[in-house]
Every structure is written in structure tokens, then in C-alpha cells.
Design a protein around this ligand. Structure first.
Ligand code: FAD
Length: 458
């Protein structure tokens, strides 16, 4: 059939990867259709991921900080929580951003096609009654929450999307999965007053980050949560009127709600990729080369569906790149490090080579670190529970990686990401004047530590 919409570039999926690709392609003068099945553009990140979680984490942070001001002689009464208003605040933040995207699409004459899209040939996608014909396609269909096969159907068992709805504050909350998403939601519900238990299959929270960073986080959350069970798997869940009876390790306990945060699965199998001849892996990823080209040269893949790490800033970077390649620019993926941040309390942030990775790969590295107990700013904030460290190449002190745990670690990490990208060494950072007194000095002090030039800690 003839296409109803004919474009040079069809983008399948309107998340951060997809909308960035669509906008970039339009800015480069190409005609673009952006296909998404959601009510609002923005994908997981804006609607049910990065942004709503950060709005709720902000609420949690202010509440926790206020409660901890007793040490400075200020006490507040117990907070009154209006969950409907909390939800409304979060929804307003999301609405501002997703509404902005609609405007940006309109300004660029990007045609937004709403509905579920499936390939019908290497040059067409069917969306409801509409056929979108394209010269090039960018697959940006993202990912969705993974589940556990033995869980019963029950409204008290939710994934991250359900938890972000803040449908009441459960008395006892079980979080299955001690990764970034599970722990961010644990941070929110702990602040709101739930008693939180975390069960993690591996022997460390946030597997992937170095142990010394996680120790700082663990120390704080151990004092706040009801329990943390590492190296433990949930075996069964039984739903009854009294609650959710959960068996894990030696325990059988009853919870009011369960958050399942056991990872995400890529949406490679929901787009009829085979009709376009595009390969999909068993797990559902659609692999592509350094120019984002799949095995079919005019079809590209970006974002969560392309591969790990499943992070928004990786998706957006890949999105612009794919658009530039389509427009004829001779560019390809050349990124030295993708930062990871857990917006927990304290935050955990790392980038480039980790110590754990270096050890596993048998790579010699030097490590220079600075404990926040010696940072004037951290102390004055009442939050000296932190650590900044740089991972360096022996002999040259070139920066290969960085890890930070502490309040605002995510913001602080950006300097290290730039340093790695620009091929800087510790001396470059040590000779950079960092504003005093800031937490950013801990990056500078770590570099001075590496150079052996540190004289005064505060
Ligand atoms: P997505 O955002 O998944 O978008 C894909 C879009 O495609 C969706 O709208 C989907 O409905 C649509 N789609 C799929 N199939 C079809 C189809 N057949 N037809 C039409 N439309 C389709 N990352 C960070 O970097 N920082 C964070 O702080 C962060 N926090 C997170 C918190 C939570 C709770 C979650 C769940 C994730 C978080 N992430 C975070 C991850 C981040 O959301 C993802 O990495 C990011 O959204 C990936 O973007 P994407 O464009 O690849 O896909």
C-alpha cells in the first residue's frame, strides 16, 4: 500500500533517545515522523523514570534534612503528608517537560504519529490505520520493567511505574532488587514513613559500583531501613487479605506492598523487526555498530533497546549521532566513559574504569581518594559521610575512572567525566582552582593526593 506519511526519517519510540534523534534530524533539514504509543512524548525517562523519581527524591531529601536539623538546634513537628498533593507535584513536573516536547516537535515540523508501530517491510511501519513510509528508520523503542515468574497478580505488587504513583504509603514495604531503581524508590518511601526491607540476590547493593563507595551508602541506610538482605533470593509470594507473605532465605514475613525492581528488558520484540529483516537478540536487544546501524544499513538502533547501560544520557547521545549519520556526517561513537548515578541518600556516582573492573581485568591502577570527613563543606552540611576517589594510570596519573559517594555526588562527577573525555591527568585537576568551600574541592584534593602536593586538608 502507498504510505500515508512519507518521510526521510521515521523514529520508532519517543523517549529521550527517540525525541533527541527526531529533533536533531529535523534541525539538519530532514523530514521526520516520530512514532510513540504513549499518551505523552518523553518515554520512560520523562513519564515514569528519571524525572518523576527525582521529583519524589527531592521531596524525600527536604523531609530528611529537616528532620536531621535537631543537631543544629532546630526541630520541626512530624510532617503532615498529603499523598495526593505529592503525586500532583510530581505530575506537574512531568507535565511541564512532556508538554515542552510537544512544542519542540511542532516548531520543527516533526510529525508525531501516535499508536503502536510495527514494521511491515524494510521501508514501512504500520501505526493503527496509518502507514509510515521511510527512507531511514531509527529504532528507539526502549525497555520495560522485568518481572519474576512466580509473583501472583495483585495490586499490592508493583514495579517502578506503580511505585512512582505514590498510591498511599505502605506500612511495610519490601523492595526486591537492590539496584539503582529499587534503592531510589526505597529512599522515597523510607522518607515518607514506610518501613523498608531490601532483598538483593548478589552480595552487594548497586552491583557495578565499587565496594568502598557502597559501604558509605550501606552504613546510612542500615540505620534507617528495617532490614537489608544480601545474597538472598525471594522464593515465593502468597497474597492474602492480611498481606503479602514472602519467603526469602530463612525468613517468612508479611508485607503490605512489594516493589519489584529486578532489572529491565529491552523492547526489541514488540516491533515486528523481522518484517524489516532486522536481527533481535534472544534477550530482545537490537544491536548496532558505532554509527548505530543495525544489520540493515538504513535502519538504526539507539538507547535502551540497543544495549547496556540503560541510561537516558547514553540514549540521547546515540540519538543525535544516528541523526547526524543519516544526514551524511562522517561521525561515529567515540565516548570514553558513560557516567552512572544512583540518586540515593547519599548519592553514588561513578564513571570510567572502576577498581572492581580493573582487578577483574588484571589492570594495574593507582587510586587517590579524599574522605569527606576532611571537607569543610561536607562538615558544615552535617553530611561528612562521603568519599571521592580517582582511578589513575600508574606512571602517568592519567585519569581512567572516578567514584564519588555523598550528597550531590552526581553533580560532582561531571568534572571527572570531562577529565576522562579530554584525556587529562591528575596534575591538570590539581592545578585547577576549585571554589572554596565546596564539595568539588574533594575532586581537587584527590588529584593533589595523587600528585603528592596536598598540604592542608581544609
Ligand atoms: P524509553 O524511554 O524506554 O522510550 C521508548 C518509547 O518507545 C516509550 O515511550 C515506549 O512506549 C515507546 N514504544 C516502544 N515500543 C513501541 C512501539 N512498538 N510503537 C510505538 N511506541 C513504542 N536513566 C538515567 O539516565 N537517569 C536516571 O535518573 C534514571 N532514572 C530512572 C528511574 C526509573 C524508575 C526508571 C524505570 C528508569 C530510569 N532511568 C534513568 C533509565 C531511563 O529512563 C532510560 O534509560 C531511558 O528512558 C531510555 O530511553 P530510550 O529513548 O531508549 O527509551
Amino acid at each position: 500500500p502507498d504510505a500515508d506519511v512519507k518521510v526521510q526519517v521515521a523514529v520508532l519510540g519517543g523517549g529521550p533517545g527517540g525525541y533527541t534523534a527526531a529533533f536533531r534530524a529535523a534541525d539538519l533539514g530532514l523530514s521526520v515522523a516520530l512514532i510513540d504509543r504513549g499518551e505523552q512524548l518523553g518515554g520512560v525517562c520523562l513519564n515514569v523514570g528519571c524525572i518523576p523519581s527525582k521529583a519524589l527524591l527531592h521531596v524525600a531529601k527536604v523531609m530528611t534534612e529537616a528532620a536531621e536539623l535537631g543537631e543544629a538546634g532546630i526541630t520541626f513537628e512530624a510532617p503532615k503528608i498529603d499523598v495526593d498533593q505529592v503525586r500532583a507535584f510530581k505530575n506537574k513536573v512531568v507535565g511541564r517537560l512532556t508538554g515542552g516536547l510537544e512544542q519542540l516537535a511542532k516548531q520543527r515540523k516533526v510529525q508525531v504519529v501516535r499508536g503502536t508501530g510495527e514494521f511491515t517491510s524494510p521501508n514501512t511501519i504500520q501505526v493503527g490505520d496509518t502507514v509510515v513510509g521511510f527512507e531511514n528508520c531509527i529504532i528507539a523503542s526502549g525497555s520495560e520493567a522485568a518481572s519474576l515468574p512466580f509473583l501472583p497478580e495483585d495490586s499490592r505488587i508493583v514495579d517502578s511505574t506503580g511505585a512512582l504513583e505514590v498510591d498511599g504509603i505502605p506500612g511495610r514495604l519490601l523492595v526486591i532488587g537492590g539496584g539503582i531503581i529499587g534503592l531510589e524508590m526505597a529512599t522515597v518511601y523510607d522518607a515518607l514513613g514506610s518501613k523498608v526491607t531490601v532483598v538483593e540476590l548478589l552480595d552487594q547493593l548497586i552491583p557495578g559500583a565499587d565496594k568502598d563507595l557502597i559501604r558509605v551508602l550501606e552504613k546510612r541506610v542500615k540505620g534507617r531501613y528495617e532490614a537489608i538482605h544480601l545474597a538472598t533470593g525471594v522464593e515465593s509470594v502468597e497474597a492474602s487479605d492480611e498481606g503479602l507473605k514472602v519467603k526469602f532465605g530463612e525468613h517468612t514475613e508479611v508485607f503490605d506492598r512489594i516493589l519489584v525492581a529486578v532489572g529491565r528488558k529491552p523492547n526489541g520484540k514488540v516491533i515486528a523487526a523481522e518484517k524489516a529483516g532486522v536481527n533481535v537478540t534472544d534477550r530482545g536487544f537490537i544491536e548496532s555498530d558505532l554509527q548505530m546501524k543495525t544489520n540493515v544499513a538504513h535502519i538504526y538502533s539507539i538507547g535502551d533497546v540497543r544495549g547496556e547501560p540503560m541510561l537516558a544520557h547514553k540514549a540521547t547521545h546515540e540519538g543525535s549521532l544516528a541523526a547526524e549519520v543519516i544526514s551524511g556526517e562522517n561521525v561515529s561513537w567515540d565516548v570514553r566513559s558513560i557516567p552512572s548515578v544512583a540518586y540515593t541518600d547519599p548519592e553514588v556516582a561513578w564513571t570510567g574504569l572502576t577498581e572492581t573492573q580493573a582487578k577483574a581485568e588484571g589492570k594495574e591502577v593507582e587510586v587517590a581518594g579524599f574522605p569527606w570527613a576532611a571537607s569543610g563543606r561536607a562538615l558544615s552540611m552535617g553530611r561528612s559521610d562521603g568519599l571521592t576517589k580517582l582511578i589513575l594510570e600508574p606512571g602517568t596519573n592519567r585519569i581512567l575512572g572516578a567514584g564519588i559517594v555523598g550528597v550531590n555526588a552526581g553533580e560532582l562527577l561531571a568534572e571527572a567525566v570531562l577529565a576522562i573525555e579530554a584525556g587529562l591527568d591528575a596534575e591538570d585537576i590539581a592545578l585547577t582552582i576549585h571554589p572554596h568551600p565546596t564539595l568539588s574541592e574533594t575532586v581537587g584534593f584527590s588529584a593533589e593526593q595523587a600528585e603528592g602536593t596536598i598540604t592542608d586538608l581544609m
